[in-house]
Design a protein around this ligand. Structure first.
Ligand code: SAM
Ligand code: SF4
Length: 362
């Protein structure tokens, strides 16, 4: 199969995706040229910010890869006060970010539901409804998703992590709290409620094959997602998956595979929003900039108050943990201009795909 014959297509078979994931040298450049061209045509040379507030590292789950899993005792747990969260939201608003993203460990409780609703109302109020809000707080009941949607959250990011059920069960404990089918049901209910729905996977997990990754991209297309956030898996010393560290691909290869996944997805789903994940920068200092060049259009500057960042360590060597929100913004702005792209301020930067999907349904 010649790579040039594959790259003229708009949709790919599993075998074709696997072939693209193996592209090296000249072929790799052809792939990235094609994805940049698609991004340029459908999105333009633009990047939108989502100010990221990691508001709590308290989590009720025990995903085997994650540094803030419930079972990790080598960690100080924190929960930002409402004032601290609203202060960060104000920073995003005053700096004309357009949107923010609220992320935390996964807690399912009436008190947590109520708190998030209250925060959403307060953020809408402080910005006169002008700040867009993405939520990423895990699996919840449909009525909870609905309550938050009604309170003003309009995008939701819930990574499926891997669409291969067998692999999913190897990276999660075997119990009802970590059930693959529930994850899919949650994604479906988010979509039905009306959220711009985002998912994604980790790349370079132990046991993961190129065929698995190809299956993940085909799932995203089939599910008709509006947004994607995917990044390299990076090991964390205080997690069970560390015992497979010796079997992983080198970090550089995980990084390169992630860029290829982003490029292929951009060609397959031309008008969705794709995040340049922070984990890319843990491997390459200009990792996110490279992702923007070949297809990503969303960056998430961290605006969590600095003193908490060290405690939201999902993986080892998480970058920027001692920066302030201001540092993060100027650093990202410089990076974006390095990628010959431009930050769009004061706009939500919604997924074009979402609008088209909704119009198709009407
Ligand atoms: N608790 C929510 C959830 O799981 O959906 C949101 C926060 S969770 C920390 C956000 C994402 O971090 C997860 O979806 C997972 O893909 C990613 N993550 C966790 N541990 C990671 C690791 N060791 N390497 C790379 N990404 C990781
Ligand atoms: Fe908790 Fe999310 Fe980490 Fe899983 S990935 S342990 S749900 S924070």
């Amino acid at each position: 199969m010649k790579i040039t014959d594959i790259l003229v297509k708009d949709s790919f078979s599993k075998e074709e995706i696997v072939r693209l994931l193996h592209a090296e040298g000249e072929e790799r450049i052809l792939l990235f040229n094609r994805s940049s061209e698609v991004k340029q045509k459908y999105i333009g040379n633009k990047v939108w910010f989502r100010g990221l507030i990691e508001f709590s590292n308290v989590c009720g789950k025990d995903c085997l890869y994650c540094g803030i899993r419930k079972g990790n005792k080598n960690l100080t747990r924190y929960n930002l006060s409402d004032d601290e969260i609203l202060h960060a939201a104000k920073f995003a608003f005053e700096n004309n970010y357009g949107s923010l993203a609220l992320q935390s460990g996964e807690i399912e409780s009436p008190a947590f539901t109520k708190r998030v609703t209250k925060l959403l109302n307060a953020i809408k109020e402080l910005s006169g409804g002008r700040l867009g809000i993405t939520l990423s707080v895990g699996e919840q009941k449909p009525e909870v998703y609905k309550e938050w949607f009604d309170a003003g959250a309009h995008r939701y990011l819930l990574r499926v992590e891997s669409t291969n059920r067998e692999l999913y069960s190897k990276i999660h404990p075997d119990n009802k709290k970590h059930d693959f089918q529930r994850r899919l049901n949650c994604l479906r209910s988010l979509q039905e409620i009306g959220y711009q729905t985002g998912t994604g996977v980790m790349i370079g997990l132990p046991f993961q094959t190129p065929e698995d990754l190809a299956g993940d991209l085909l799932f995203m297309k089939e599910f008709d997602i509006d947004m994607c956030g995917m990044g390299p898996y990076i090991e964390h010393a205080d997690t069970p998956l560390i015992s497979y560290a010796g079997e992983l691909l080198p970090l550089r290869e995980r990084f390169d595979l992630t860029l290829k996944m982003i490029a292929i997805l951009r060609i397959m789903m031309k008008d969705i929003n794709i995040v340049a994940a922070t984990a890319l920068q843990a491997i390459d200092p200009v990792g996110r900039e490279k992702a923007v060049k070949i297809g990503a259009n969303i960056l998430m500057p961290n605006i969590t108050p600095g003193r908490y960042r060290d405690s939201y360590k999902l993986y080892d060597n998480k970058p920027c943990t001692d920066d302030s929100a201001e540092d993060c913004q100027s650093c990202l702005e410089a990076r974006v201009s390095l990628a010959d792209a431009e930050v769009v301020y004061g706009e939500w930067g919604d997924s074009q795909h979402y609008d088209k999907r909704r119009n198709r349904k009407q």
